[in-house]
Ligand binder design. Sequence first.
Ligand code: GLN
Length: 547
Amino acid sequence: MARYIFITGGVVSSLGKGLASAALGALLQARGFSVRLRKLDPYLNVDPGTMSPFEHGEVFVTDDGAETDLDLGHYERFTGVAARNTDSISSGRVYSTVLEKERRGDYLGKTIQVIPHVTNEIKDFISIGDDEVDFMLCEIGGTVGDIEGLPFFEAIRQFSQDKPRGQCIFMHLTLLPYIKASGELKTKPTQHSVKELRSIGIAPDILVCRSEGPIPVKEREKLALFCNVRPESVIAAQDLSTIYDAPLAYHREGMDQAVLDAFQISPAPKPDLTKWEDVSDRIHNTDGTVKVAIVGKYTQLEDAYKSIAEALTHGGMANRVRVKIEWVDAELFENEDPAPHLEGFHAILVPGGFGERGTEGKIKAAEFARTRKVPYLGICLGMQMAVIEAARNVAGLATAGSEEFDHEAGKKRFEPVVYHLKEWVQGNHKVERKVGDDKGGTMRLGAYDAVLTAGSRVADAYGKTQIDERHRHRYEVDIKYREQLEKAGLNFSGMSPDGRLPEIVEWPDHPWFIGVQFHPELKSKPFAPHPLFEDFVRAAKDVSRLV
Ligand code: GLN
């Protein structure tokens, strides 16, 4: 049975709890343990699928088709363990399960209450698959003291009581603010946060303290004394220049050792950190910089394209170059020449997105990349826009567009080269969808296989012709137009195994122009960069060496 590490946060939000959890997972792996990471989110949405990227950042999709919190992306990037549907739960999902059971009569007429019904549901969820790994790391979203979070804190408190002694530990992440005037790191907010935690029955075993610099001995001892933890269990999490230094930095601070000590695992297996040393070396020792434009709609919030930014960084690591990303708002040049906005970049990436706003700008970006021979990677909507561009400007379909825009506008204006598919095949199953289905449930979601044309650029990049990648979209490129588009020179180099769904398009007579219907960024890792990102950045590097 797994040992449990519950990770909570205090003082302020956005301290990097997800990252700390992910880095700890990586460190436990480095010591030879198997891990799984899980996120418990107190908000009332059933999942982040229908939340705006402005609200919540990117939606991370799992192989089994769950739309989850972006922290699951960190977990996967650091541990390589593919996240599952059961690794992300929200209050909304818990309550809807409880209410479903209540309607079915499962509770035999009992009064349904937060304790025990909601907390039991949370506890059941926490322990799913606990016989598969050595450590289960559960991060609680939000900060201690949030009203919404209380059932989760109560559930983990009970959970640790239900288990034999020594099977669960609590790690609390806080902030040590630095007061310039007095030149001091302040421990009081952490003391209060721990007090709050203890008032609901949870005593932390380990404190992880975010701070700008090192924690002086005096403050460390004070924290240990007032928060009732051992001094060596006060871990400094100093600001880092890259998140990929976190495993090494936390290890130096003794985080993994403190965890093993808290579980009384002795002797502690020696860690093998060569993987992370290589990652760190590749990120710090680069030769040159490539500039990539991400032409999108949600450019004010970088978290909206988190995995893409990380995958580009990984591509840079594979090529030993620094990737400098600039976010370009597609709406800026909907009615004008995009050249002044896009010249000077070594590559252009058009990411996924929903709705019509900004799409004419993305189509122009695809045209600019095609005609100026700039490396282009179109992801999901970015592929659809590249196809529309090819249809309009090369294949002679002047009114080509996506049904998505007509649906939104409520009138027919475009010839739908991208259309709404109502049924398709996943593995051996037929999936059916209606236009009017719930917003949360109408997409092609999760891992699907694709077959690549041997000799194509994508097949070369992957080094194989069978792949599976994660999807999240409602609309598809219509194969009805395949012949016409291929005649115009756009190659359909990746298809679903039944040949019905275009998965990849590319311009063979271009240095590097690929559109993919799926999200390759979700599977990229610092120690295993995704082949498409590796190849895309290599193409950008080639361009950068020419100028
Ligand atoms: N809006 C498009 C669709 O639903 C693209 C989605 C995406 O880019 N993830 O098909």
